[in-house]
Design a protein around this ligand. Structure first.
Ligand SMILES: [Zn+2]
Length: 310
């Protein structure tokens, strides 16, 4: 299992903990979720939160429009700062492991993005929310799964999603599954910094659509980070992650296979595979592109837009 160096220093400044309180209602609903880039898009809204109806974009719109508030815009990291100080804490607590993983992902891209693309990496926060949240991309619920909002350049995650991956999707779970999901969302941030997602028509679906290419590239970027994870450092420039095992990688691949469009349509949708509705790629594709990133360790290998062999 992935191990964090016991004495590594965790930095919670990359997280905004908006789970507490429960106040702060009344923020206006924003742009209706346009441009949100998730790990599973809005399928879960339809399947788990949409009352089991046929699942169209209008379900999503209606759910989003029902949101009147949610987690407030105010973050309170006090508890997180107290709980998550060292790598030992990350080895003991899934929340602290998420903090450490976010530190690791951003440490990797801070060095790698300028080297591989000439573009500077800009650090961005992950918002921990509970239930529902307001974003520059509109309101969202945990049912939509973790996502990245290009409008405010923030990653949003309700950490209970990781339990859902096991209970609803049958994934094996584990810290490295959480890591894959977070690294996928930061992959979208990298795409935003590079201008890649701006080239994709929002809402376009289908097996060779820009949407699918964008999502598979985010999976590939997640694999690239995984390749380099044990070389990343804490803010004292000391190692952060000491070990990743083959079992960790297998668990990430298992999770990828359970959030492929075909798997979700077959097992959580109406049972038939509709390629024209694909937004993230098939299970096989998601596993393969994560593997491409992991085995190469090179963001340049993630050219999902330049290949006919998607
Ligand atoms: Zn995504």
């Amino acid at each position: 299992m992935v191990r964090f160096r016991e004495g590594a220093r965790l930095d919670t400044s990359g997280v905004q903990d908006r789970r507490g309180g429960g106040g702060g209602r009344g923020l206006a609903v924003g742009g209706g979720g346009i441009g949100v880039l998730g790990i599973i898009a809005f399928v879960l809204v339809q399947v788990l939160g949409g009352g089991g109806s046929g699942g169209s974009g209008s379900d999503v719109a209606s759910i989003l429009s029902q949101l009147q508030g949610g987690s407030s815009g105010t973050a309170d990291n006090t508890e997180l700062e107290q709980q998550c100080r060292t790598g030992a804490d990350a080895n003991d607590s899934a929340d602290c492991a998420a903090v450490a993983i976010i530190d690791s992902i951003q440490d990797y891209w801070t060095a790698a993005l300028p080297q591989t693309s000439g573009t500077a990496y800009a650090e961005t926060d992950t918002v921990f929310f509970s239930g529902q949240v307001q974003t520059a991309c509109g309101g969202a619920t945990s049912g939509s799964g973790p996502f990245y909002c290009p409008g405010d350049q923030l990653v949003y995650v309700d950490l209970t999603f990781f339990d859902q991956l096991q209970s609803q999707f049958g994934a094996r779970g584990g810290t490295f599954v959480d890591a894959y999901v977070l690294a996928h969302e930061y992959g979208h941030h990298v795409q935003n910094l590079l201008g890649t997602n701006a080239q994709v028509t929002p809402g376009e679906t289908g097996p060779t659509s820009g949407t699918v290419r964008l999502e598979l590239q985010a999976d590939c970027y997640a694999g690239v980070w995984a390749n380099h994870a044990t070389t990343t450092s804490d803010d004292g420039q000391e190692p952060l992650i000491t070990e990743i095992t083959q079992d960790d990688v297998d668990r990430a691949l298992d999770a990828a296979s359970r959030i492929g469009d075909d798997f979700i349509q077959t097992n959580l949708g109406n049972g038939t595979v509709d390629q024209d509705a694909f937004t993230h790629g098939s299970s096989e594709q998601r596993e393969r592109w994560f593997s491409t990133g992991y085995s190469s360790g090179d963001p340049g290998a993630c050219d999902t837009f330049g290949t006919d062999d998607l």
